[in-house]
Design a protein around this ligand. Structure first.
Ligand code: ARG
Length: 459
């Protein structure tokens, strides 16, 4: 039976009912709905709606329902209840009879769903933070193990300057640190309880909402009832956090897919995260990474979707808002899955240090070093840049890397060039030169690894 049958003389059309019902997805809020109902039953004691004895019966029954939800979760989905709030209430009435009908006093599904969803979000943020930290851990360990593996760094997907594989890992560590801080920031804003704001105008019972919020583990209670039941900023923020986090994971995947190509050959992905072709026996495809890159799209879609759903809504609650959940669930599930899979991929990956180094040696990635060398000899940078451009054209013509061009030939481009140019052109020197904070010099990398490890340990 619906919670609102009294005013109606006709039953719902079956097609409308399945269009309107949300149980098939909001069953995921079962635990939160029971916990918030339990807190509400305690609040009802403080205003004399339930006696201590009655509350105890309600509490015991709710605890049994919670147990049932954990042991036989499928039982919910076979019910004809409209949504999870109706389901929990019906189940309670089945267990304690008419007493169960008192629970909804002073409460609306509008403040209830807002509260349940925030509780769910809080739990999900904890999981996401832990998954982010696990991936960061894997990145730092990979960085630490590969501090001396030199590889080309790219701009425009053209070899630009040498970097180390450790530096590449630490770049993603930084992105994930920002993802983490965005989530924590979102958490501070969402950590206020809407429970006790009723349908839109507040509850008529003198409930201490701050105390009620505290029972539920919220930092405080919301201030304005109209805003409380219609606010879905936390949904937007969390999907935005996911959208940004997924962009990072997508770029991570794209980099590794490229590193894994036959053309680059810098890494080999583990058999356990790749798959074969049904036709071409030689293939080993980077499916895990491609799926992360692909799934990034649906999370961006969820962000557009929630923005469009909310943008025209008048205050306060409108049924449109029921559309907030599927996108949120899917976006956060997808993000969490992808964080786990990215960690798995990184843990099982093999790095081909020699190939990386050879690639770094090709492509004139040390041309900037030659320009800096000329600057050190008194030539203005713009002029030095021009000279080195000419040297590179000649190097390509004769098919040699810069460091293999004989001195006399180099001197034809600038007389300031001397034998001391060769150590400058060595890969190790290219790295060592970049020793300002954040650069690729070995001591900077070691420092970054140290700081990252300290930061992870403190969490
Ligand atoms: N199932 C609804 C939702 O997810 C909550 C119910 C509020 N319904 C209402 N008619 N006021 O948003």
């Amino acid at each position: 039976m619906a919670l609102w049958g009294g005013r109606f003389s006709q039953v719902s059309d079956q097609r409308f009912k399945s269009f309107n019902d949300s149980l098939c997805f909001d069953y995921r809020l079962a635990e939160q709905d029971i916990i918030s109902s339990l807190a509400w039953s305690r609040a009802l004691v403080t205003v004399g709606v339930l006696s201590e004895y009655e509350q105890k019966q309600v509490e015991d029954a709710l605890n049994i329902i919670l147990e049932e939800v954990h042991t036989t979760p499928d039982a919910i989905l076979t019910s004809a209840a409209e949504d999870i709030h109706s389901w929990v209430e019906q189940r309670l009435i089945e267990k304690v009879g008419d007493l169960g009908k008192k629970l909804h006093t002073g409460r609306s599904r509008n403040d209830q769903v807002a509260t349940d969803l925030k509780l769910w979000c809080k739990a999900q943020v904890t999981e996401l933070l832990s998954a982010i930290r696990k991936l960061q851990q894997a990145l730092v360990l990979t960085a630490e193990a590969n501090q001396d593996v030199v590889m080309p760094g790219y701009t425009h997907l053209q070899r630009a300057q040498p970097i180390t594989f450790a530096h590449w890992n630490l770049a993603y560590y930084e992105m994930l640190s920002r993802d983490e801080s965005r989530l924590m920031d979102t958490l501070t804003r969402l950590d206020v309880s809407p429970l006790g704001t009723g349908a839109l105008a507040g509850t008529a019972y003198a409930i201490d909402r701050d105390r009620l919020a505290g029972w539920l583990g919220f930092a405080g209670a919301t201030r304005n009832s109209l805003d409380s039941v219609s606010d879905r900023d936390h949904v937007i923020e969390l999907i935005s956090d996911a959208a940004i986090g997924m962009v990072h994971l997508s770029r991570f995947s794209e980099d590794l897919i490229f590193f894994n190509t036959g053309e680059a050959g810098f890494i080999e992905l583990s058999d356990s995260v790749t798959s074969g072709s049904s036709l071409m026996p030689q293939k080993k495809n980077p499916d895990a990474l491609e799926l992360i890159r692909g799934k990034c799209g649906r999370v961006q879609g969820a962000l557009t979707s929630i923005m469009m759903t909310l943008k025209g809504l008048p205050l306060a609650y409108n049924k449109d808002m029921q559309e907030d959940k599927e996108g949120l669930f899917d976006a956060l599930d997808t993000w969490l899955d992808c964080l786990h899979i990215a960690t798995l991929v990184l843990d099982g990956m093999q790095l081909k240090a020699t190939i990386c180094r050879e690639a770094a040696q090709q492509g004139y990635a040390n041309a900037t070093e030659l320009a800096d060398y000329l600057v050190a000899k008194g030539i203005p940078f713009r002029e030095a840049h021009h000279i080195v451009g000419k040297v590179v054209v000649e190097a390509i013509r004769i098919g040699l890397p810069l460091e293999a061009i004989p001195l006399v030939q180099l001197q034809a481009f600038s007389t300031v060039i001397d034998l001391d140019v060769y150590p400058v052109l060595a890969l190790s020197s290219c790295l060592a030169q970049r020793h300002a904070k954040g650069g690729v010099a070995p001591e900077q990398i070691a420092q970054a690894i140290l700081e990252a490890k300290q930061s992870l340990r403190s969490k």
